[in-house]
Write a protein that binds this ligand. Structure first.
Ligand SMILES: N[C@@H](CCC(=O)N[C@@H](CSS)C(=O)NCC(=O)O)C(=O)O
Length: 300
């Protein structure tokens, strides 16, 4: 796609001056006055030029196929994203990283859409919330829980790198990406150009590495060898976002991630100095998630 030619206006008193040049060569500008003198650093035109340059570096997104259902769901308390995916022909569905408190919401949605839940899949053993897998298994008999063997958690199906989680003609491909926890998995659906990174890659961030066998070097190595080597236009769907962002792309994170674009040494230093408080629910979440969330939960 050709971007419109952008033209700089040489004024020091206007913002948002960069607008597409028309065929006749005239330009439009927004008249928002500012009083402070502009330095090159703050010069809005330069920022715009950077965006222009980046926009042309992005490849088009891979559209979802017409038989692929995708729904991103959110838990406001833990800022967790849950993903409901389905094959629209067979109606087989999976859910990634469900949250206990949202199990009824998710079961209702699955029912409303006429899907059959095959698997409740976790990217890892969460520390900040209890997984909804166990309760969903009770609400939707026949569904099975899935987590990596390396997580040490109980589940009906334990997976490792290379395993596929099939639903209809679609499948998640599993990649072991330990670092945030030693059992972290990243799931990829190449045909749909999407990657579910759990807490391994967050939008402009990454999972902390200060508990649950966290290891900064492993996280960095796995991201660079197994995630950042995926095509640039694959969409990244993380397990959390704390700033209201919904998705990213491989290219965006390779370009702008403030932690993962650094050298390994700098990255380790950043991770050692995050100074984040422990998740509020860690003491309840970890024992419960070791039991697939089936621990002191309401019985239906
Ligand atoms: N405030 C939240 C926990 C926030 C947090 O620690 N998030 C984790 C992922 S959930 S274990 C994380 O890795 N964050 C990385 C970061 O840079 O924020 C709570 O109390 O639950």
């Amino acid at each position: 796609m050709r971007m419109p030619t952008l033209r700089l206006l040489s004024s020091t008193v206007r913002r948002s001056l960069l607008v597409p040049a028309t065929k006749s060569g005239s330009t439009k500008s927004a008249n928002i006055s500012i009083s402070a003198p502009l330095t090159p650093q703050h010069y809005p035109q330069h920022r715009q030029l950077r965006f222009h340059h980046c926009a042309v570096s992005m490849l088009p997104r891979i559209p979802f196929t017409s038989d692929f259902f995708f729904r991103q769901l959110f838990d406001t308390e833990s800022c967790t994203y849950t993903y409901l995916l389905a094959d629209l022909n067979t109606k087989e569905a999976i859910i990634i990283d469900p949250v206990l408190e949202q199990a009824k919401r998710d079961a209702q949605l699955i029912h409303d859409l006429g899907f059959t839940l095959k698997y409740a899949v976790n990217t890892h053993m969460h520390a900040d919330h209890i997984t909804g897998s166990g309760w969903l298994k009770q609400l939707i008999p026949g569904s099975l829980s899935v987590i990596s063997t390396a997580s040490g958690a109980k589940a009906d199906i334990k997976i490792k790198e290379g395993d596929k989680v099939q639903f209809g003609r679609h499948a998640l491909e599993s990649f072991a990406t330990p670092g945030h926890t030693n059992g972290c998995m990243t799931y990829v659906i190449p045909e749909q150009g999407c990657v579910f990174t759990g807490d391994t890659v967050l939008i402009r961030g990454c999972g902390r590495t200060d508990f649950q066998e966290g290891n900064s070097q492993s996280l960095y190595d796995n991201v660079h060898s197994k995630i950042f080597t995926l095509p640039d236009n694959y969409r990244i769907y993380p397990a959390h976002d704390y700033k209201g962002q919904l998705e990213s792309s491989i290219w965006e994170e390779k370009t702008y991630n403030p932690r993962l674009t650094k050298s390994l040494e700098e990255f380790v230093n950043i991770m050692e100095n995050l100074n984040l408080p422990y998740p509020k629910k860690i003491d309840k979440s970890l024992p419960a998630n070791r039991e697939c969330g089936l621990y002191d939960i309401p019985k239906e």
